[in-house]
Design a protein around this ligand. Structure first.
Ligand code: TXA
Ligand code: MG
Length: 351
């Protein structure tokens, strides 16, 4: 299959291209498209065959449910039989935006889309191309991140092309995304809302609208047998080809320790990569260094993370050390969640 890469720089001028993409969705096919978080791989979520194609193109296990993307808040009632007050309050405050809510599903939503669960994940994205595609197709678009299962999520159309060229008919290229980390997922089917995946929207931000939100305890577990409630969170994810280790501690101690490890490993003939920040990027003279950005600009750190994890796959290194980013008050938790998964939870603690 030929994969068409279609540049969308202006929604009005590109109406014809959006129509063509929407027709593919209506016909049960797949289109990758930008959202504000990461690129999605979309198909008609009410069509079980389209969902099947999504799992096949990504190589994704079929027990890992998809997120339904909508363009109007009222569509919540088309997908869920129990739209709670909490859901409405969160939607009013944060939609369109990087928030996915888990609710009880209506019978009409196919189990193929929800990975066999009786709940459905719903999000209203805040990106003009995503919105135009949903509206033009007149469908609810099921879309996981548009990467091959296990690889870092795509933040640029080139990343999607890298993974899915030849497997899907069309990629809409809306340039680099704004946030760069997947949406926050909150489960509203329990009495107390539970964050199943941290993202740009934090617990504290949600608690400005609803009383209490808790984090899924499985997010803190290092053991591989911990059972997270979002099925996708149990899979190894984002890992670069080279072994990745995180180093946690005071900034100077981390720089010193990483340089010591580099010295030892290089003496053994290994090539070393380092993931760090602008403040320390000149501190590792002999390694292949990639900075995520300045620690004073959290949004930059988050936006560059997946791109840099991907870059390391085409750089010849045997081992990568990364600084930690727990100290960033907003999106730090989401960044660390992704980095920990990429590192298979290998953390060197400097006390
Ligand atoms: O930002 C995002 O959320 C992106 C863009 C494209 O919208 N999408 C995305 O989808 O990250 P995906 O499929 O890569 O991640 C969805 C996560 C998975 O971990 C999945 O297990 C979980 O959401 N999930 C989906 N439906 C669920 C449900 N009913 N109950 C619990 N977890 C669910
Ligand atoms: Mg994903």
């Amino acid at each position: 299959m030929d994969t068409q890469l279609v540049k969308i720089d202006d929604i009005d001028r590109c109406a014809k291209q959006i129509q063509k993409a929407a027709q593919i969705i209506k016909d049960g096919g797949l289109v990758a498209f930008p959202t504000e978080t990461v690129y999605g791989l979309g198909g008609d979520g009410m069509n079980p065959e389209a969902s099947g194609k999504i799992y096949a193109a990504k190589g994704r296990p079929s027990d890992n449910p998809l997120i339904m993307h909508i363009a109007n808040k009222e569509d919540l009632y088309e997908l869920s039989c129990d739209v709670t007050k909490t859901a409405l309050a969160l939607a009013d405050k944060f939609w369109p935006g990087p928030l996915t809510m888990i609710l009880k599903k209506k019978n009409t939503v196919p189990l193929e889309t929800t990975g066999g669960l009786d709940t459905v994940a719903i999000r209203m994205p805040n990106h003009p191309v995503a919105k135009a595609l949903i509206l033009e197709s007149g469908r609810y678009i099921a879309a996981p991140s548009a990467n091959t299962s296990g690889r870092p999520s795509p933040t640029k159309a080139e990343h999607v092309y890298e993974d899915l060229n030849g497997k899907i008919p069309m990629i809409l290229d809306g340039g680099e995304v704004g946030i760069g980390i997947e949406s926050t997922i909150v489960d509203l089917t329990e009495e107390i809302p539970v964050i199943l995946r941290p993202g740009y929207l934090t617990k504290e931000m949600m608690e400005t609208v609803i009383s209490t939100v808790i984090m899924d305890p499985a997010l803190m577990e290092v053991k591989s047998d911990a059972k997270p409630k979002a099925p996708g969170m149990k899979y190894r994810h984002y890992a670069p080809k080279a072994d990745l280790k995180l180093v946690r501690g005071e900034r100077d101690a981390v720089v010193d320790a990483i340089n010591q490890y580099i010295k030892i490993e290089e003496a053994g003939g290994k090539q070393i990569g380092v993931i760090c920040c602008d403040e320390t990027k000149n501190c590792y003279p002999s390694a292949t260094v990639r900075s995520l950005g300045s620690r004073t600009k959290e949004a930059d750190i988050a936006r560059h993370l997946f791109d840099i994890l991907r870059q390391f796959d085409s750089i010849n290194v045997d081992l990568i050390y990364s600084e930690c980013f727990d100290d960033m008050p907003g999106i730090g938790q989401a960044v660390m969640n992704r980095l920990l998964k990429a590192a298979g939870h290998q953390v060197i603690e400097l006390s």
